[in-house]
Structure formats: C-alpha cells, structure tokens
Design a protein around this ligand. Structure first.
Ligand SMILES: Nc1nc2c(c(=O)[nH]1)N[C@H]1C(S)=C(S)[C@@H](COP(=O)(O)OP(=O)(O)OC[C@H]3O[C@@H](n4cnc5c(=O)[nH]c(N)nc54)[C@H](O)[C@@H]3O)O[C@H]1N2
Ligand SMILES: Nc1nc2c(c(=O)[nH]1)N[C@H]1C(S)=C(S)[C@@H](COP(=O)(O)OP(=O)(O)OC[C@H]3O[C@@H](n4cnc5c(=O)[nH]c(N)nc54)[C@H](O)[C@@H]3O)O[C@H]1N2
Ligand SMILES: [Mo]
Length: 774
C-alpha cells in the first residue's frame, strides 16, 4: 500500500504514485506491487510541465484572417473559452449544413491516455455521434494487417489471437525451442493500452531460462531479445522474413519432416502451397539457397534450423512489427503455413503466435471481464477509411480504393477533429502528410502539448492530463483496476474534455443527449457501478466507488493462466471449427485468390519490397527500421526526463553498424543526416555492432521538427517518418508499412540547428480586418 493513497495513477506503461509540491507533479514512483516497474513514469513530470504545454485555447492567425496562411507555419492567437467554443459550434453547424456529416472526420487515431472515462477518442466520438455522426477510421497502426488477414487464414479476430495466445509458463514447461522472427523486445512489453499494472514478462522469461528453453532471434537488432535468454542471433535483411519462412517450410518437405496428417485434418490448400514452394507456379523453388540470397542468412543454417524445429517442440513467434512492412500480410500467412507444416499448432508450447511483446500482456495475463466504459453512441455515418489512408483521404477525395476485397470510395472531409493521437508522429511520409493537412477547411485538435499535430491545427483546445482529473484505470487485457484520483489541477486554462464537449453540446442544443443528465462525477460512479455488476456476475465482488477511489489497486483472478492457443481446435476440428469458409486453417484461400490482387495470391507469396524493387535500391543502400522507443510511449512525453536522457545532442539516436559508420566516416555521438527521395532528418549516431550491417535503426516518437528553410523541410530532431512511405502494405489490408524504407546517412558537417519541437509556437495578436467590410 503506498504511503499517500490519494495519489495513485495509471498509464499505458504502468501504475505509479504521484508526488506533488506546490500544485505541480515532482515525481511519479513505481508501485510496490509491480515486480518490474516501468521507468517511463519518469517522463510524466517534464512531459506535463514543459514549455510545450498548451495553456490557453488558440486559433491559427491565418485561419482567423479568412482561412489564409499555411498550417504548421502560422502563428496562433490565444482566445478565451467562450469565444473558441462559439467558433467551433458555428463551424460545425456550417460544415454540416453545407456538406453533411460525411464531411466531418472523427477517425482520430491514437493511444491517448489510460482511464476508463476520460478516454479522448470515446469522448470525441460520443460528442460527434450526438451531432449527426462522422467519418471513422478502421483498424490501427499496430497490427492492421493481422486484423484484416488472420481471420481469412485462421479465422477469429486478431484480438482472440493475442488474448488466447499460449502462456509463457506453458512455453517454459513444454517448449524446447522458440524461434523469434523480430525478437521479443522487453522494451516493448512495458506497455499495454489502457494500463499494464504488473510487468510479468521478466519473471516468465526467467522460467524459460531455468527450464533451458533455447531461443533463436531472427532480427536486425541483437537487443530485440533480452541478454539473459542467451539467444542465437541471426539477422535476415529487413523485409526478407517471408522468404526465410517459405524456405524453412520447403526444407521440411525436402527432408520429409512435414506433418502430412496435420495438414490433412486441420488445413485446406496444402498441396497448392507446396506446389508454390516447389516452384510449380513461378519456376522458382523456395529453397534454402534461394532464401539465403534474399535474406543474407546462411543456407546451411536455414536447413538445420528447419530440422531442429521439426525435431523439437517449437514455438514460432512473429513480432507485430513484421507485418508493419510491405506485403506484411504475406509474412503472417507464411508464418501460419510454416507452423501448419510442423503440425504442432494447438499443442502446449508448439505452433505460432503473432505479437508476443506487442504489449505487456500477450502470453502473460488476461482480463476477466469487460470493465465499464463510456458508450460512444450510434454513429449514423457509415463512411470510413482504413486508418493509414489519412493522407490519401485528404489529398484524393472521391478516389476509389480496394480494401479487404471491397471497392470503396474516399470521403470528402472538410473538417478534421483529432483528440488523443499524433498523426505527425504515427503516419508515414510526413512531407506528404503536411501537404494533406493543408487541404481541409478546418482542423481542430485537443492536446496536452503543442505537438506537431497541434501546430498543424486551426483550433487548439488545451486539455487536462490523466493526473489532473479523476478516473479509474483498467487495461484492455489487464486483470487489475486502479483508482486514479486527481493529483493536481490542470495548468493555465486547460480543461477536462468532457466539460468542453458538454459546453459545446449546450451551444448545439444537444446537451441532454450528450450528458444523459450526468456530470463527470455521476459518469464515474456509473462506469464503476457497471464494472461492479460485471464483477458480481463473475463472483468477485468489488467495493463501492468511495472506498475504491480512496484505496489501492484491486487485482482480479487471471481467467486462463495455462492457456494453449487453438487447443480446442486441435482436440476436435469438427466440433470446434475455425471461422474460415472451410472451418480449417487455410493455406490456400479461394476468397483471397478471388480478390484479384496481383501480389496477394491465394497462398502465402514472396514479394520484394517496393523500395528494393525501385531504383532507390541503388541510390539508398541502407534499410531503415523504426521501432518503438524504449524511453517513452510513441511520442508521448518526448520532452520528459527519461526520453531526453536517451537523446544525443538533443536528437534521437540512430543505431548504425561500425562497418557502415566507418565507410561513411561517422563516429559515435556525431550528428548525422538520414535522407532518401521522400525527406531527410538529423539524428545522433550510436555506432554499435548490436545492429546488423546494412540496417539503421531510428526510434519512433521524436516530435517532428521541420526546418522550413532547409532542403525538403529537413526534420531537425530525428523522426523516421520523414523517410518512410505511405503506400501501405498492399490493397489487401491497406495497413501501415513503416518498416520498409531505404535510406542513406552521412555526417552533418554544418552547425546543427537547434531543435525547436519542444518549444511552443509563435503567438501573435488578432489579424486586423482590412478591405471594404472592415
Ligand atoms: N515509422 C513508424 N511509425 C509508426 C510505428 C512504427 O513502428 N514505425 N508504429 C505505429 C504504431 S504501432 C502506433 S500505435 C502509432 C502510435 O501513434 P499515436 O497513438 O498517435 O502516438 P502517441 O504519441 O501515443 O499520441 C497520443 C497523443 O495523445 C495525446 N494525449 C494523451 N492523453 C490525452 C488526452 O486525454 N486527451 C487528448 N486530447 N490528448 C491526449 C498525447 O499528448 C499524444 O500527443 O505510431 C505508429 N507509427
Ligand atoms: N517502450 C515502448 N513500448 C511499446 C511502444 C512504445 O512506443 N514504447 N509501443 C507499443 C505499441 S503501440 C506497439 S504496436 C508495440 C509494437 O511492437 P512490435 O511491432 O513488436 O515492435 P517494433 O518495435 O515495431 O518491432 C519489433 C522489432 O522487429 C524488428 N524488425 C523490424 N523489421 C524487421 C524485419 O523485417 N525482420 C525482422 N526479422 N525483424 C524486424 C526490429 O528490430 C524491432 O525491434 O509496442 C508497444 N510497446
Ligand atoms: Mo501500436
């Protein structure tokens, strides 16, 4: 029990105890109940009280001045709450009257913050639904290809895949070998959306080492696997995993090690897949030598690895990052197909998993029942976009596109409202996104800080952070409920978003519909009472709200500690069929073949990444991997203490192999420039043999800091998304493909410009009205 019970908090990376002084947060300590507390709490004080904090409502000067100027460059005019809410109410009304609700984009992707009630997207969507609806976005940036594709291959949602993943203690007991495509990054498993209260991964992996489980890490980054696991490190070229998986499968056939009985009973299409492996379709046998050429791995090792996988109880783990790449759907299908050939799917410690380490909970714990939530209302608008088509939507309204077998049209959105996300962090090809963001008539952003997205808005609403409002935490897949009493008041004029929407709803004549007669406190009590009811149904009574919010975390039983993925299906595939057309795992899918997409055929297929198959391969020789940062969550609190400690000369570190560095006369600690045909950015060089030769690794999340005087609006801070493309994985799932980009890098010989991303924008007075109407 913490000494000061009134200051517990929860975040996506863990629980903490907030220390305050003079109405400000001075520190957030780990909670004693967490065996491996996340250090990311150290970012909170700086992240909430930095110079970038938004303190007053603000309007872009050019927008006030008859919608002129350029988003992202203009100064802002600070105004009062009444004025800004009047402006928004009249602008919403205008857009609805002139263009209908199909012209309002409320997709607003992003992680926002933990807390069941004050969830930024739920609040915005509920408000917009109350006002006639909005265009939504479908899917996410994390594992979109898996969301769309796995239901075709294996049936069931991807959520089921991760929630039902085989538990690590089962692996410790039963597996001999774990083959990790894309590693098992401990830094990533700090986090889960909505909360990750106890970090169990380290202890569970310790069980594996104690039992002598062997790990093979196929990844460009050695440290993608914790050193204690003593993994063998193989570094295939980024984007070549599908080829390696296909070659492992082909080797099983060559050696007669595939499990024909499993294929016959549990799958369809094995013969056609095997035909492709043999080269019957394209004349190219998918041999170990073929994959060695593509991946840079040793053909002999591919063969012996296939034999070891067949001879042992083997878990194949595919990191989510691998499907965040060109043709990412194929990597998933190749993984499932390889596991099917081995025939261990559904056995304890065998088979495959997509997304161990995508968060703290996969394979570690699950939620016993659904916590109370704020209903988002009914959205009358049916138009949507796949989430990563944001630039495409703004730049090409009315264009048609393919998605999961459908032909759809991009909506024509005139007003864009973002709350709880940072597209200038998360989206690819930021120079293109900047152009796209010039198109809408109005952009509204609710933010805590002056992120680059807020700077690209017309209307900016300063909002309270989680520690500045009362809520309760319950992670999407956690088994722990956390009281989150307000620790400090919001600074300046920042307000709780629910109050902002309530005031707006009043102006628009829909207050009762939006609030249902409840204020913040009444909603918190309702959501808690919904949670208690669900708990009662599960036989785990919870205290009342007043006792809970004044108390400590509450841990509920883990519903499935010994779970084995697809074990029921394995027991009886007729009784427990998969939700695919055949009821089995589909190694060949008539549905997908019927989509008629060139690169996505009816079986797992090898395709070369776009940058590699274009002239870029010759111009830009290095593969850029842009994984999740260990020192923060995405772009959140990038100006916090831990995040800043990780930077080099105030810029994001880029990992580069000594051979690549020497060739370019780059030394550790140098300021370097990364560049390709899409953009360029500065970063700090970290020369290390932990990264494979031919690859550079730049963490995501440094706030994009364009220098408008420099070539390509060079980013001064080290945001990899100025270099990535936004072509998406394929027309099958239209998923983000951030990990497929080629770049080059050189020492930056000029005086490095200061990083300005963590500063507020310029403010100015109101534009003076000129002309006859003045
Ligand atoms: N190159 C590359 N790009 C990537 C990835 C990659 O691997 N490589 N990964 C992708 C992935 S997996 C993801 S999930 C995305 C993440 O992309 P995002 O989820 O957009 O990133 P965050 O930094 O978490 O942005 C959340 C924003 O919400 C704000 N916020 C927090 N709480 C609140 C609140 O209560 N109200 C409001 N209004 N705002 C709030 C924060 O200040 C922050 O600016 O990035 C993607 N981008
Ligand atoms: N600390 C921290 N943890 C996080 C997050 C964060 O921002 N900070 N974000 C969270 C979110 S939203 C998500 S979705 C998950 C993402 O979890 P993942 O998708 O697993 O994370 P990534 O870091 O994108 O990729 C994992 C690793 O894959 C490797 N990799 C990349 N490309 C290739 C390839 O072509 N082949 C092979 N074999 N390996 C490759 C990289 O070395 C990288 O370290 O992480 C979550 N955890
Ligand atoms: Mo994600």
């Amino acid at each position: 029990m913490p000494s000061d019970r009134s200051k517990l908090t929860s975040s996506h990376w863990g629980i903490g105890i907030v220390q305050t002084s003079g109405g400000r947060i001075t520190d957030v300590e780990g909670h004693p109940a967490d065996p491996d507390p996340s250090l990311l709490n150290k970012n909170i004080p700086g992240g909430l009280s930095g110079r970038a904090r938004i303190l007053k409502p603000a309007v872009r000067s050019g927008w006030l001045d008859g919608r002129k100027g350029e988003r992202g460059r203009d100064a802002f005019v600070e105004v009062g709450w009444d004025e800004i809410l009047d402006l928004i109410a009249s602008e919403l009304t205008r857009v609805r009257e002139e263009h209908g609700n199909e012209a309002i984009f409320g997709g607003s992707y992003g992680w926002a913050s933990a807390g069941r009630f004050h969830h930024a997207q739920s609040q915005l969507k509920r408000f917009l639904s109350t006002n006639g609806g909005f265009v939504r976005s479908e899917g996410n940036y994390s594992y979109n290809a898996a969301l769309v594709a796995l239901p075709h291959f294996v049936g069931g949602s991807f959520r089921e895949h991760v929630v039902e993943a085989t538990r690590w203690p089962v692996i410790a007991e039963h597996s001999d070998l774990v083959v990790l495509f894309g590693g098992l990054a401990m830094r990533n498993s700090q986090i889960c959306d909505g909360g990750a209260s106890k970090h169990r991964m380290a202890d569970n992996l310790k069980l594996c080492t104690e039992r002598g489980v062997r790990f093979v890490n196929l990844s460009p980054l050695r440290t993608d696997v914790h050193a204690s696991l003593n993994a063998e490190w193989l570094a295939p070229r980024p984007g070549s995993d599908t080829a390696v998986m296909l070659a492992l499968a082909r080797t099983l056939i060559e050696e007669g090690l595939h499990d024909q009985a499993f294929l016959d009973r549990y799958t369809v299409g094995a013969n056609r897949f095997i035909g492709y492996l043999d080269g019957a379709i394209d004349g190219t046998p998918k041999s170990a030598e073929w994959a060695a050429e593509i991946s840079g791995l040793d053909a002999g090792r591919i063969r012996t690895l296939a034999c070891e996988m067949a001879a042992n109880r083997t878990m194949i783990a595919c990191a989510a990052g691998l499907q965040r790449a060109d043709w990412g759907e194929q990597t998933l299908w190749a993984c499932v197909s390889l596991a099917a050939m081995l025939g261990q799917i559904g056995l304890p410690g065998g088979g495959y998993t997509v997304g161990y380490a995508v968060n703290a909970h996969v394979g570690n714990v699950a939620r016993p029942f659904r916590w109370g939530y704020l209903p988002q209302g009914c959205n009358p608008v049916s138009a949507f976009i796949p989430v990563a088509m944001i630039s495409e939507m703004m730049l090409k309204p009315g264009a048609t596109f393919r998605y999961n077998g459908q032909a759809l049209t991009l909506p024509d959105c005139r007003l864009v409202w973002w709350a709880g996300g940072n597209p200038f962090h998360h989206h690819q090809d930021l120079n293109r996104l900047r152009l796209a963001f010039q198109v809408p008539e109005t952009v509204i952003v609710n933010e805590i800080n002056w992120t680059t997205t807020a700077r690209h808005a017309d209307i900016v609403l300063p909002v309270a952070a989680p520690q500045e409002r009362t809520d309760f935490g319950g992670g999407q897949t956690d088994n722990i409920l956390v009281p989150m009493p307000k620790a400090v008041e919001p600074p300046g004029q920042a307000r709780v978003e629910y109050e902002i929407y309530t005031d707006l709803a009043r102006r628009l004549g829909v207050e009762q519909e939006f609030t249902e007669g409840r204020d913040e406190e009444a909603w918190l009590r309702k959501l808690w009472s919904d949670t208690r009811e669900a708990a009662d149904d599960h036989g785990t009574p919870l205290p009342n709200w007043d006792a809970f919010i004044a108390g400590d975390i509450i841990e509920l039983p883990d519903p499935s500690p010994a779970q084995v993925f697809l074990s029921e299906f394995r027991t009886d595939p007729l009784e427990y069929p998969r939700a695919t057309p055949s009821g089995r795992i589909e190694l060949y899918s008539e549905t997908i073949a019927g989509f008629g997409l060139g690169e996505c055929k009816g079986h797992a297929t090898w395709n070369v990444a776009r940058d590699l198959s274009s002239p870029a391969a010759r111009t830009y020789p290095l593969a850029l991997v842009s994984g999740q940062p260990g020192t923060r969550l995405h772009s959140q609190h990038d100006n916090g203490a831990l995040s800043m400690e990780g930077k080099i000369g105030g810029r994001e570190p880029v990992l580069i192999n000594p051979a690549d560095a020497t060739e370019r006369q780059i030394s550790d600690g140098d300021i370097v420039e990364l560049f390709n045909g899409r953009g360029r950015c500065l970063a700090g060089a970290r020369v290390t043999s932990d990264i494979a030769q031919g690859v550079v690794f730049l963490w995501t999340g440094a706030w994009y800091d364009p220098d408008f005087e420099a070539l390509d609006h060079r980013d001064r801070h080290g945001n990899p998304n100025v270099l990535t493309h936004d072509l998406r994985t394929s027309e099958f799932s239209q998923s983000p493909a951030a990990h497929s980009a080629l770049v080059d890098i050189r020492p930056f010989d000029e005086t490095p410009p200061p990083v300005e991303a963590h500063e507020p924008p310029q403010f100015c007075g109101r534009p003076v009205k000129k002309g006859p109407q003045a």
